[in-house]
Design a protein around this ligand. Structure first.
Ligand SMILES: Cc1ncc(COP(=O)(O)O)c(C=O)c1O
Length: 479
């Protein structure tokens, strides 16, 4: 998985509250010896010094604050006057009283957020076309859901998620992914990431100790960290042109494996039919659990889609899906199709974690799927991504014909094999200097090996023109 570390915003612009703004929390002790006026002054000073009230932020009018606190307006005016004199507040005639620009005395040491500088043309994998998010359809479905949901649906609900969405997903996954799905066995999660975490925690509580991951695979970030946090030891198992090496999996001693059979991340191969069967046989023999990451299965655009492994062994395979590729990562919705024996434990983890997924988002997704708008969006995006992949292949054929491109006609990443002597790191650095972001396969290898030198090219969020320009401008580095 591409590990995502977005920059945190330090929000330097004050919020311009509409109307009266939210009430300001200021406590007054009416039974204490300290006069109310000095309590109020002290409370406001503290709020400004500690940053609860930010420079430029509007204060309530003296009338409004007096009403909130149950004190006289004159008392508030005196306080404001004093703080104005001390430089904490600014006031202009006819305008609201605002917090002045002052430096808090002890500047807090903050962890510096990761830089959000992105190269102008970024072949980062794992991101769909963000501009194509179906805003109108989502907005429509959200409005309809909000209007029609029964009142009782707004209460805490089943930690597995909305029965409406689980029903719709079960039907959808049966049709589209050949998943054996009963709504009772589905748990709605915040994307694949949370789904995996819930399952790993449930398995760890059930005595699992090691979890096998594909190598190359997710890399070092959140996914492996989730396994370690759950108390499981991650074990790399090699992948070749036929997908995960099931013989090596058997030898690893793990009783859990996480894999991407429909479109291996990042090599883009499909799990060979005989290996699918061997995998299922292993799971039955060892009482093992297969966790299937079905992350971008909607986007096989060569008309040869392969069904989920889960359909072969619903009692041994947990299928996890997400809308991060089909809609957008920020929607944070996914689903876990559990074997019946695991669903209670996974639902329990979900309940403990956050008591269930947000209702309106779930109903919105259900409506989007049920109405056919989701499918219409997927059909459109399949064409878009197929054209983008073709644009990469064409640009390479024209400018760097000795670079081999591998990976199925699926999803939105492919692998470029570097034939020249330049290593991955040198290519990545030189491309960066030309404002083009490319990423090495070594990030996805358990031992970080830089040979064979390969670049993982994500093309989901790049137009054909950007792809052509990007490849043309770094072609001399690749060949
Ligand atoms: C291999 C793989 N699986 C799944 C995901 C989706 O994760 P999530 O649903 O948590 O956004 C990603 C995202 O980059 C990924 O690369």
């Amino acid at each position: 998985m591409v590990e995502h570390r977005p920059a945190l915003s330090s929000n330097p612009v004050p919020i311009e509250w509409a109307g009266l703004g939210p009430e300001l929390l200021l406590g007054l002790d009416r039974s204490g010896a300290e006069p109310l006026r000095s309590q109020l002054e002290g409370g406001l000073r503290d709020a400004i010094r500690t940053g609860r009230l930010q420079a430029g932020e509007r204060l309530p009018s003296s009338r409004e604050l007096a009403r909130q606190l149950g004190v006289s307006r004159g008392l508030v005016q005196e306080c404001y006057g004093q703080l104005f004199a001390e430089g904490y507040l600014t006031a202009r005639v006819g305008s609201a009283t605002r917090v002045a620009e002052i430096r808090p005395p002890a500047a807090k040491t903050r962890v510096q957020p990761a830089s959000s500088d992105r190269p102008a043309i970024d072949f980062r994998a794992g991101v769909p076309d963000l501009a194509s998010f179906p805003r109108d359809d989502w907005g429509w479905a959200h409005r309809e859901s909000c209007r029609t949901a029964p009142t009782a649906a707004f209460d805490y609900g089943d930690p597995r998620g909305s029965p409406v969405l689980r029903e719709v997903l079960a039907g959808y996954l049966r049709r589209v992914r050949a998943v054996t799905a009963d709504p009772d066995d589905i748990v709605i999660s915040a994307g694949f990431a949370q789904g995996l975490t819930l399952v790993l925690r449930a398995l760890a509580r059930d005595g699992h100790r090691r979890v096998a991951f594909e190598d190359p695979g997710y890399g070092e970030g959140e996914t492996k960290a989730a396994a370690i946090r759950a108390g499981l030891q991650p074990v790399p198992v090699p992948v070749d042109a036929g997908g995960i090496d099931v013989g090596a999996l058997v030898a690893s001693g793990a009783r859990t494996v996480v894999l991407t059979p429909a479109h291996q991340w990042p090599t883009g191969v499909v799990l060979a039919p005989e290996r699918r069967h061997a995998l299922v046989a292993w799971a039955h023999d060892r009482d093992a659990t297969v966790i299937e990451d079905d992350y971008d299965a909607e986007f096989r655009y060569d008309r040869e889609p392969v069904g989920a492994v889960q359909g072969l062994a619903p009692d041994r395979v947990v299928a996890i899906g997400t809308v991060s590729k089909s809609l957008a990562p920020a929607v944070r919705l996914g689903w876990v199709v559990c074997p019946p024996w695991l669903v209670t434990a996974v639902a329990d983890e979900k309940r403990i974690s956050d008591r269930g997924a947000p209702l309106l988002d779930q109903l919105t997704l259900a409506k989007l799927i049920e109405s056919g708008r989701f499918d219409r969006h997927l059909r459109r995006m399949r064409t878009v991504y197929a054209q983008r992949r073709a644009a990469i292949a064409e640009a390479l054929a024209e400018h760097a014909p000795n670079v081999v491109l591998t990976g199925l006609a699926a999803g939105f990443h492919a692998v470029a094999h570097l034939p020249g002597p330049a290593g991955e790191a040198a290519v990545i650095e030189a491309a960066r200097a030309r404002a083009v972001g490319v990423y090495g396969m070594s990030d996805c290898r358990a031992d970080h090996a830089t040979v064979p030198a390969q670049i993982v090219l994500g093309f989901g969020n790049l137009t054909e023109r950007a792809i052509a320009t990007g490849i043309a401008s770094i072609a001399d580095l690749l060949r």
